[in-house]
Ligand binder design. Structure first.
Ligand code: PLP
Length: 404
């Protein structure tokens, strides 16, 4: 008789490295310890009143299903926002999704069959790998290195990873988890590589505006690959709206759209009221995201200044998003992150960081790196960078076998 077991797929899936330490952190909080969170990419800035006003103004007598492709208000909102940054999509080229992850999942599912390969630069946002596990596709990592600040390797290195099964390349710019904003030359090189190898491009551009050193060139602005780009976006980060769960998938390719639409039908649609309320912000997007850019840029400077004072740390100035991966003179960042939570205190405070190994697919990588997400105010950043410096001094004495 068949056993009552969950699927191998679910058993094989790794828990998120981002949330992995949360239980440990919560246990310490219950004991009264103050934890400064640098592990989760949840903006701390307030959601604008205009969003809540739009929710209150919803007066339809029934909260009906939205159409598969989204409420017209939200589609038009996305169209207007894209137009304001020089990207043109027709309404019938967009599907409103449940956040950026659903856009990514739908793109992945509509492009790759089981066993087919998706190229991704590592370190990467871990849910790409979870989606591959669910879909039985294969992520083929192209490794980036902290030595050159996680910028791209020569195209010849990328070419080595292409096989008969390679179907697409996923490109996240600005990058979570590294904070890199790829140069226009790098973006164009990836586009050319995709064109030459006939690969789809899944463009994850959810941090588009958070680009401090240079603008992030969108894949959607490269005419040569117009018909093979699937743009994935979300209101989450730009409008401090992670819980609204409103994103978008956009593409010019009619055949792809026709087929992804059928997959989207199987999940009905996105929440009606949230879509309408997000549309209110999309219609005047810059008003809402403009102030946040300045705030994150200042925080970036504070994080960088603090990290530069840590002996042995490998730090490149983050260029965008609100993340940074740093190298530390340690060999087991999981152990270090746990120890910070369970043992280290400064004024009854500690910090929660993400060990970086969870952002790599290649075994053995990331154990001497951590990712920090700077969605806390400057005072907390300054306190925490100082705390991290002191913590490393203590850790080195206590655990020389885990130090370089
Ligand atoms: C690179 C990247 N892509 C996509 C997403 C998902 O966005 P959402 O929360 O809107 O699903 C995130 C969220 O952290 C992200 O960092």
């Amino acid at each position: 008789m068949q056993k009552l077991t969950p699927s191998q797929r679910s058993i094989k899936t790794k828990p998120s490295p981002i949330r992995g330490l949360v239980n440990l952190a919560n246990a310490q909080k219950k004991k009264g310890v103050k934890i400064n969170h640098f592990n989760i990419g949840q903006p701390d800035l307030p959601t604008h009143d205009d969003f809540y006003k739009a929710v209150k103004d919803f007066k339809e007598k029934n909260v009906a299903y939205a159409p598969t492709q989204g409420r017209m208000e939200a589609q038009l909102g996305w169209q207007k926002y894209f137009k304001s940054i020089g990207i043109n999509y027709k309404v019938e080229e967009m599907i409103v999704t449940s956040g950026g992850v659903e856009a990514l999942f739908l793109a992945h599912a509509a492009l790759l069959d089981p066993g087919e390969e998706l190229l991704v630069f590592e370190p990467f946002y871990p849910y790409y790998a979870n989606q591959a596990d669910i879909l039985n596709t294969k992520i083929v990592p192209i490794s980036l290195s902290i030595k050159n600040g996680f910028h791209l390797p020569p195209v010849s290195e990328m070419q080595k990873k292409v096989t008969k099964r390679t179907k697409a390349i996923l490109f996240c710019n600005p990058s979570n988890p590294t904070g890199v904003v790829f140069t226009p030359q790098e973006v164009k090189a990836v586009a050319q590589f995709a064109k030459k190898n006939k690969l789809w491009v899944i463009a994850d551009e959810v941090y588009r505006e958070y680009a401090f050193s240079r603008p992030a060139l969108s894949m959607a602005k490269i005419p040569a690959i117009k018909n093979q780009v699937i743009l994935c976006d979300t209101a989450s980060k730009r409008f401090n709206l992670c819980g609204a769960r409103v994103g978008v998938l956009a593409c010019h390719n009619k055949e792809f759209y026709k087929n992804v639409f059928k997959l989207a039908m199987a999940r009905e649609s996105v929440a009606t009221i949230e879509q309408i309320a997000v549309a209110a912000l999309l219609n005047n997007a810059k008003k809402y995201y403009g102030p946040s850019i300045k705030i994150y840029a200042k925080r970036r400077d504070a994080v960088y200044a603090g990290l530069k004072k840590i002996p042995g740390a490998v730090v490149h100035k983050p260029e965008g998003a609100f993340y940074i991966i740093i190298g530390l003179p340690i060999t087991n960042s999981q152990h270090f992150a746990e120890w910070l939570l369970t043992d280290f205190r400064q004024n009854n405070t500690t910090i929660c960081v993400s060990p970086a190994a969870g952002f790599y697919q290649t075994k053995g990588r990331g154990h001497d790196e951590i990712r920090l997400s700077y969605v806390v105010d400057i005072k907390v950043i300054n306190e925490s960078m100082d705390l991290l410096k002191k913590a490393l001094e203590v850790y080195k004495k206590k655990f020389p076998k885990f130090c370089k």
